[in-house]
Design a protein around this ligand. Structure first.
Ligand SMILES: Cc1cc2nc3c(=O)[nH]c(=O)nc-3n(C[C@H](O)[C@H](O)[C@H](O)COP(=O)(O)OP(=O)(O)OC[C@H]3O[C@@H](n4cnc5c(N)ncnc54)[C@H](O)[C@@H]3O)c2cc1C
Length: 264
């Protein structure tokens, strides 16, 4: 390892100050993405600002018609939460299928969404439910948050604090996973509720995106058959050792069908 400073602030205000004071410092939550990146020398921050001691970034609570989940909430906590299972079972299901048990016990909602890996699970739920991202500076609508591969609207010294998920009438999630890592090859999160009918596709492209033809079809008729005939264009989709763009395009339709069936 190379030398870097380590800070563990107890408040959000102190964490923001530490990040603002040093443009080469990086926040760390579960460390399940950042620490491997440091070991591979893909990232060389001058300091790590460990967010894990900040109480105001923890917890799951219901606020009116939404579930507000703190950024430091680990995947296993979301998967096992009675509150999440009752309000948005598709979100508990998604969290329960992230990685393996070690990853679910360390990885956090905020870390995953801030990182915006194209193959991550949570971005599909954030976009597919029309959630709102609460940061140390502002509130950002899901439609404005995910900007591209590993890129979000967050500024370098901006901390993701919580995410507010509107509670839908129906929601479902399906993914074709990489059998080794469980990362997403192609997935679909569908919902019908206060934010309208939404279909978010993850894993298939460089960044999670909404599938508008499927949204229109489901708005007219909510059934797996409504999306079965809609083909995803393979142009611009990911093509790698795990699968071609054409294969992923095919999976998009299959996963959307399964997600609607799961939503009921
Ligand atoms: C073997 C393995 C398998 C995995 N499989 C899956 C999978 O199937 N599906 C899936 O979705 N993910 C998977 N992951 C990723 C896992 O979910 C990570 O936990 C997640 O991507 C990052 O969360 P973290 O809390 O560990 O973030 P960290 O590693 O701590 O941070 C990741 C990035 O986000 C930034 N960051 C962290 N927290 C915040 C915050 N609150 N505000 C602003 N920036 C922040 C950091 O600076 C860093 O750039 C896997 C990881 C491993 C190691």
């Amino acid at each position: 390892m190379y030398d870097f400073a380590y800070h563990k602030p107890a408040t959000l205000a102190d964490a923001v100050k530490l990040l603002a004071a040093d443009p080469d410092a990086k926040a760390v939550s579960g460390g399940h993405t950042l620490i491997p990146a440091l070991k591979l020398r893909l990232n060389k921050p001058s300091a790590l600002v460990d967010l894990s001691g900040i109480a105001e970034m923890k917890g799951i609570r219901r606020e009116g018609g939404a579930l507000v989940i703190g950024a430091l909430t680990r995947h296993a906590e979301v998967a096992e939460s009675a509150e999440v299972k009752a309000a948005i079972p598709a979100l508990a299901y998604l969290a329960a299928h992230i990685g393996d048990v070690q990853v679910r016990n360390r990885g956090t909602l905020g870390g995953s969404v801030s990182n915006n890996d194209p193959a991550a699970d949570y971005p599909a739920a954030v976009l597919g439910l029309g959630a709102t991202v609460h940061t140390s500076k502002r509130k950002i609508a899901a439609d404005d948050f995910f900007l591209g591969m590993f890129t979000t609207a967050l500024e370098p010294d901006e901390i993701l604090v919580a995410i507010s998920f509107p509670i839908p009438e129906k929601a479902g999630y399906a993914k074709m996973k990489n059998p080794a890592s469980r990362y997403v090859m192609a997935g679909a999160f569908v919902s019908k509720g206060p934010m309208g009918v939404r279909v978010a596709i993850n894993g298939a492209g460089p960044c999670v995106f909404r599938q508008s033809a499927m949204e229109a079809a489901l708005a007219a008729q909510w059934s797996p058959e409504a999306v079965a005939g809609i083909k995803q264009d393979a142009d611009g989709l990911n093509s790698d050792i795990h699968g071609s763009a054409e294969y992923r395009a095919h999976l998009v339709t299959v996963m959307a069908k399964r997600a609607v069936a799961a939503a009921g």
